[in-house]
Ligand binder design. Structure first.
Ligand code: HEM
Length: 457
């Protein structure tokens, strides 16, 4: 039997490297053991970055592999037991079908004005010549956008409180130390109330209060004309005609608010960094935006080839989700020449796949042109995973990033404060820039296109 290779170092060392430096650890293993290897973490995990094998795993989500929610327990503390991410099998499928339509097709086009207006609000806070932190700004844009998608128009004290609590929660949960607390529960009680875990629990309670209040009000005032996600979920009935419980609703809201904003905020911050770091990228992008005719609609923007290439390359070079959720083998099988036993747990390494030299020559270079020159398969380029757990927000995130980028680039001349290298590092359970990216507004840009005049009114 040929099992995938595994490092000889003790399991504890492997787990610590996984927690603190997952990317360099994976890269080292890839060089040594190839594109399928085993790591000894809190359990044995097979890490896969072979596109053919990824196709087998993700496309076979129902036949040879399953995507069980019980393997995602790291998310349970924030999202709850009833979160889509924690569900398995038929109940997972059912809940996905309920939630997906809100983030696809016609529905997302309705968010165009919301995204453009929110981006404008944030841009209006940037003062000429005064540096601002890109990620804080993009985080506010994506937070307000997902909140509107989930609750409908949402303003006032409660909205502000929710925004502030979420950004506090993200700060608390982003350090590798907090991740270590997920793996080593004993760490959660040291230092009493100063412990980040205890602070996390306090913030979670406050967020829950707001979410339960929203759920109660939505139940008490049913309005069939409302199309926000909360109203749709409150109105939904299962086969037995039963509505979702408050706890189920709370967990889904939390899942969307969490999964739906941090990831997109980071990707948008990276996009702004790359566009301003490499002058030719910005020039080409502006050329494309300037060539747009009178009042192009959001669908035209969505399809712009160079903008799309920049968007793809941003998610290729430093994918925000570095791994897919775990999959479990149901039957004995062969994967790229290795034997996989039933019960084996596997994760797709999006990060390693996107950095394969044979697929992406000079993988460490930001080159949007590669996406114009070649079409990549869904298992060579997979920033949103694939199969049964493919990200339900992929179209929404793409739409949001493109509209926000066009809005910003068409209106303002921005500059990076420091043109030095920025790398990717672990941030909670995803990745993010390893230092703050600061930018400054140099002035307003003279628009040749009328794209955004329509929006600004
Ligand atoms: C650039 C932004 C985003 C990235 C890079 C991203 C990435 C991912 C990845 C890698 C997965 C795991 C897929 C798998 O295991 O095959 C995932 C799942 C998920 N994402 Fe996203 N995501 C983004 C934005 C969003 C948005 C905007 C939403 C909500 C509207 C969202 C909601 C979810 C949910 C609920 C799941 C779990 C799906 C399931 O368990 O069935 N994500 N995402």
């Amino acid at each position: 039997m040929t099992l995938p290779k595994t490092p000889k170092s003790p399991a504890l060392i492997q787990l610590l490297r996984w927690i603190f430096t997952p990317m360099s650890f994976m890269e080292e293993c890839y060089k040594r053991y190839g594109d399928i290897f085993r790591l000894q973490l809190s359990r044995e995990i097979v890490i896969v970055s072979n596109p053919q094998a990824l196709g087998q795993i993700l496309a076979g989500d129902t036949k040879d592999f399953e995507a069980p929610g019980d393997l995602n327990s790291l998310f349970e503390h924030s999202l709850g037991k009833k979160s889509l991410i924690m569900l398995s099998g038929a109940s997972h499928q059912r809940q996905r079908q309920l939630m997906m339509p809100s983030f696809h097709g016609e529905r997302i086009r309705n968010y165009g004005d919301t995204i453009a207006n929110i981006t404008k609000q944030i841009m209006s806070q940037w003062e000429i010549g005064k540096p601002f932190c890109v990620r804080s700004s993009t985080q506010t844009i994506t937070m307000r956008t997902i909140v509107e998608a989930v609750f409908g128009v949402y303003e006032g004290d409660r909205a502000q409180k929710l925004e502030q609590l979420f950004s506090e929660m993200l700060e608390r949960t982003s350090s590798p130390l907090t991740v270590a607390m997920l793996y080593f529960p004993a760490l959660r009680n040291i230092f009493g109330s100063l412990n980040p875990w205890q602070q996390f629990l306090r913030i979670r309670r406050e967020i829950d209060d707001i979410l339960y209040q929203e759920i109660r009000e939505c139940r008490e005032n049913p309005d069939p004309s409302r199309t926000d996600v909360l109203s749709l979920l409150v109105a939904a009935r299962d086969e037995a005609g039963q509505p979702m419980t408050d706890e189920e609703l709370r967990d889904e809201l939390m899942t969307l608010l969490f999964a739906g904003h941090e990831t997109t905020a980071t990707a948008l911050a990276w996009a702004l960094y790359w566009i301003h770091k490499i002058p030719t990228v910005r020039e080409k992008l502006l050329e494309e935006l300037d060539s747009l005719g009178e009042n192009p609609d959001y669908t035209t923007i969505f399809k712009l080839p160079y903008l799309n290439a920049v968007y793809c390359e941003t998610l290729r070079i430093y994918p925000v989700g570095i791994l897919t959720f775990p999959r479990r083998a149901k039957v004995p099988l062969s994967l790229a020449g290795y034997d996989i036993q039933p019960g084996a747990v596997l994760m797709g390494s999006i990060y390693l796949t996107h950095r394969r030299e044979d697929i992406y020559p000079e993988p460490e270079k930001f080159k949007p042109e590669r996406f114009l020159e070649r079409q990549y398969s869904p298992y060579e380029f997979l920033p949103f995973g694939g199969g049964a757990r493919r990200c339900i927000g992929f179209a929404f995130a793409q739409f949001e990033m493109k509209i926000a980028l066009v809005e910003i680039l068409s209106r303002l001349e921005l500059e990076l404060i420091d043109n030095g290298e920025v790398q990717s590092k672990r941030r909670g359970l995803v990745s993010a820039p390893n230092r703050s990216i600061q930018m400054v507004v140099k002035g307003e840009r003279k628009m040749k296109s009328r794209t955004l005049e329509a929006v600004s009114g």
